[in-house]
Design a protein around this ligand. Structure first.
Ligand code: FES
Length: 260
């Protein structure tokens, strides 16, 4: 199957715009793969051949890149692609348990979609959100401080069409195809919506401001302006039970805070 003429025309127009952003056409391969993924929901053989033609490279070269990065899917995924972080910190905070219970609950495994095509699951590595572990993602938006119960509820809500909001970021969860189009370089205008960095992520900055700490001078010939931090100067964070959200009042950056 090849792209319908009107689809191909639209893709060629978008591809031209993407390629024009780079000094060499082949540098545009990653966003171009997201573009074809935004059309079909995955990178098909047609998509691979389209990218190769547009960039003047071989389908084998495109395949080599698209199979290296796990963000490119070679089988259809769900409208909502759900990632469960099973990297070290999330795993010990409950990520492994979430993965086990979620696969049992949905009956699907890694990179597989539910029969209704609504949800697919992926075991993902660190999402650079360890301060909110265990973390999940839906179409690359964050769901922080998850538990097995919250994870199952999230997937049930997505399948039933109930609106859910990520813990941080945009005020609307877009589809997998729409997220792929944003990654291709066509912003949806939502990049600055919602909570950008949660309180946990800003704790270090807050402490530095309170104590007047500054980054060392970039001039390596000069002495660092401050003495090293002493252990007694650092206060302990409040205790937290593994797998449970950080206690206290509901925070603006928490999933509970947005989905009540
Ligand atoms: S280990 Fe899960 S976000 Fe870092």
């Amino acid at each position: 199957m090849t792209f319908e003429p009107e689809v191909r025309e639209r893709l060629e127009r978008d591809a031209k715009q993407i390629i024009g952003r780079y000094p060499k056409p082949r540098s545009a391969l990653l966003p171009l793969l997201h573009l074809v993924q935004s059309e079909e929901g995955h990178v098909s053989q047609d998509g691979i051949e389209f990218c190769a033609e547009q960039l003047g490279i071989t389908p084998a070269q495109v395949t080599g890149v698209s199979t290296f990065y796990t963000q490119y899917k070679h089988q259809p995924v769900g409208e909502y692609h759900v990632g469960v972080c099973i990297n070290t910190l999330c795993a010990v905070m409950g990520g492994d348990q979430i993965w086990n219970e979620l696969t049992e609950h949905t009956g699907v495994g890694h990179d597989e979609a539910t029969p209704d095509g609504k949800v697919s699951l992926e075991r993902i590595e660190c999402n650079a959100a360890c301060d909110f572990a265990p973390v999940m993602m839906v179409n690359w938006e964050f769901f922080d401080n998850m538990t097995p119960e919250k994870a199952k509820q999230l997937v049930d809500d997505l399948r039933s069409g109930k609106e859910v909001l990520p813990s941080r970021g945009p005020n609307k969860l877009c589809s997998w195809k729409d997220a792929s189009r944003v990654l291709a370089g066509f912003p949806d205008g939502r990049a600055h919506e919602g909570v950008q960095a949660g309180p946990e992520s800003l704790r270090g900055l807050e402490l530095a401001k309170q104590r007047g700490w500054q980054a060392p001078s970039s001039d390596t010939g000069k002495a660092a302006p401050h003495e090293p931090v002493q252990a007694r100067e650092i206060t302990d964070p409040p205790p937290n039970e593994p797998g449970k959200p950080i206690g206290g009042d509901v925070k603006p950056g928490s999933q509970e805070g947005r989905n009540q």
